[in-house]
Ligand binder design. Structure first.
Ligand code: SIN
Length: 280
């Protein structure tokens, strides 16, 4: 583990760390940027508190870490297509991201990471869970690891963002462009993380539909086993939001789950997603 000059406090043994004493509203030094990048690699998800950034500052912070990927399905913040809204109003029951997933695995070059800034949060609830997919992979038996190394999986956005999908019904005004939910992507089931080189389990219940050259029916039992395995709490942490909190996660190293336990209250988050690379 490397020594950091920033004040970094791990959130759990498996995943996540909070970074204290950095103001993200102004320019960051090269050293601060490099330490934040290293912390993301080390912990999979990093958190900052009390960052009331303007949309321009949010975008400037994100651009220190790579080009922004403009999400084609989420409603964006007015005047800022780079920022997607993750919103649930008082009278809505469906939240966005309310199951274990990783963002954009249906893209051929899945997003590097996402930077979520809390604008309005419920008094209680609305926490987000994170899972280390590196730890989940490491805990598998050698035999299953060997089996998985030879498999690739198909990921899709059709059943989530397409016209017939669950999101199409209760998320009008929040999720759109159903006609763009046409793409599938195939990725290895075990990837080497593009920056750390660590082996990581790369399937998720939201977007993975089957193994390549297997039917959905054949794939389901093994996929379900992997999802149940990675859903064990020793791989997780839970983040309690406050207004101005930021979570910056690596989509190739983690899963996340937005808990939908705050009906009748409003939650508004601003998300910027960073471009990634094809996975090998
Ligand atoms: C997401 O899945 O990107 C949103 C997570 C959250 O709202 O906590």
């Amino acid at each position: 583990m490397r020594n950091f000059r920033l004040d970094i406090r791990p959130s759990s043994p498996a995943v996540g760390a909070e970074i204290l004493g950095v103001d993200l509203s102004g320019p960051l030094s090269t050293e601060e940027t490099s330490e934040i990048r290293e912390a993301l690699k080390e912990y999979g998800v990093i958190f900052f508190r009390d960052q009331e950034l303007t949309p321009e500052q949010h975008i400037a912070f994100a651009e220190r870490f790579g080009p922004i990927n403009i999400n084609r399905f989420f409603q964006s913040v007015s005047g800022h297509p780079q920022i997607a809204e993750v919103r649930k109003e008082l009278d809505q029951t469906t939240n966005i991201g309310g199951s274990w997933h990783t963002d954009h695995s249906y893209d051929e070059a899945p997003a590097l990471g996402s930077i979520l800034l809390a604008r309005d949060v419920p008094e209680h609830g609305g926490d987000t869970m994170f899972a280390s997919m590196h730890r989940a992979y490491e805990a598998l038996s050698d035999g299953l690891k060997r089996t998985l190394e030879n498999l690739r999986a198909v990921h899709s956005s059709r059943h989530v963002f397409g016209a017939a999908a669950r999101y199409a019904k209760d998320t009008a005004g929040r999720i759109g462009n159903a006609e763009l939910a046409t793409q599938d992507a195939v990725h290895p089931v075990v990837i080497r993380h593009p920056e750390t080189g660590r082996k990581t389990l790369y399937v998720n219940a939201a977007f993975t539909i089957r193994f390549e050259d297997w039917t959905e029916k054949e794939s389901k039992p093994l996929l379900d086993y992997l999802y149940a395995h990675a859903a064990q709490p020793q791989f997780h942490m839970r983040f309690r939001w406050r207004k101005g909190s930021i979570a910056f996660w690596d989509n190739r190293a983690t899963w996340h789950f937005a808990i939908n336990d705050y009906h009748g209250e409003r939650r508004l988050m601003h998300r910027i997603t960073l471009e990634g690379v094809p996975l090998a």
